[in-house]
Design a protein. Structure first.
Length: 294
């Protein structure tokens, strides 16, 4: 048998084995895909969902109304509660993604907006990649691969040659490569919590941040000296930041006594929850602000 024939059989095998677990979300190209991970649960990317309900199209052609059970926008992960019927859960061993290396063959599957199953072949081109989630938080550990996918494929599964879940295809980057959220133990724990509605909210300040270059431009425009930090461009009413008195235009220059120059440094501190102390520069006046997180 030729290599081409073997590859064809491998793609067909992935489609036949994993295809029944793949669903389309919404109608048409504007939404995304998902995968059945347990009875009554579909996992997908948070960024493909709008509202609390979504149409879920199954491989056999029928559609059910799904309810969003839980969303983690920081991780770009969401669980949908829906009658999955006879659709089998995808095989999921959370130890597998950590063993993946460059050059490993993979298969990407999707059902873009319920318009039919897609199955493509590719190889892992890099591991440990990162990207920004819907709220700007850096998501690490992603698998980069070359299996091409059309619009509407976000949230569909990336699987190994033996059809085990390796990740959720999330974003397309330069060169047409795809980054997939790793389906590791941390994702499995978070997904199970989201599906049962027991996932704790991640600590948050309730602010919108502008890039550092915007902070430098703003200060230069009003004749203030340059200073590294994060520019607050909005404060959510009733949020911890609002309660602590932060305002639009404040420059965050420190956190817990350490200099602050990137949003990732702030996110790392936020993960611990509890209380934190921000160094805040307002005009030429610098002060420390204690914030209790929620």
């Amino acid at each position: 048998m030729s290599v081409i024939q073997e590859l064809q059989q491998a793609v067909v095998g992935a489609a036949e084995t994993v295809g029944p677990s793949v669903v389309g979300l919404g109608r048409g190209w504007g939404r995304g895909s998902g995968v059945v991970t347990s009875n009554g649960v579909v996992l997908t990317n948070a960024h493909v969902l709008r509202g609390e309900e979504v149409a879920v199209a199954f491989a056999d052609g029928h559609t059910e109304h799904g309810r969003v059970a839980g969303v983690d926008a920081d991780l770009d992960l969401a669980a949908i509660a829906v009658d999955t019927g006879d659709a089998p859960p995808v095989a999921w061993d959370p130890a597998r993604p950590g063993a993946v290396g460059i050059g490993e063959p993979v298969f990407a599957l999707a059902n873009p907006g319920g318009r039919g199953l897609r199955a493509t072949f590719g190889m892992v081109s890099a591991t440990g990649r990162s990207f920004r989630g819907p709220r700007g938080r850096r998501i690490g550990g992603s698998l980069e691969h070359s299996a091409p996918l059309p619009r509407g494929s976000s949230g569909g599964p990336l699987v190994s040659a033996d059809h085990h879940l390796l990740g959720l295809n999330s974003i397309r980057i330069e060169g047409g490569l795809i980054l997939a959220l790793p389906a590791d133990a941390a994702m499995k724990r978070r997904a199970e919590a989201l599906a049962t509605g027991s996932a704790a909210e991640r600590p948050r300040l309730g602010i919108a941040i502008a890039p550092a270059r915007a902070a430098r431009r703003m200060r230069a425009a009003v004749g203030l000296p340059e200073r590294d930090g994060l520019l607050v461009r909005g404060v959510e009413s009733g949020s911890p930041a609002d309660t602590a008195g932060l305002e639009r235009g404040d420059l965050l220059v420190g956190v817990n006594g350490n200099p602050l120059s990137s949003v990732d440094e702030l996110f790392d501190v936020l993960e611990s929850g509890g209380e934190l102390t921000l160094g805040v520069l307002r005009g030429t006046e610098e002060r420390e602000v204690a914030i209790s997180l929620q």
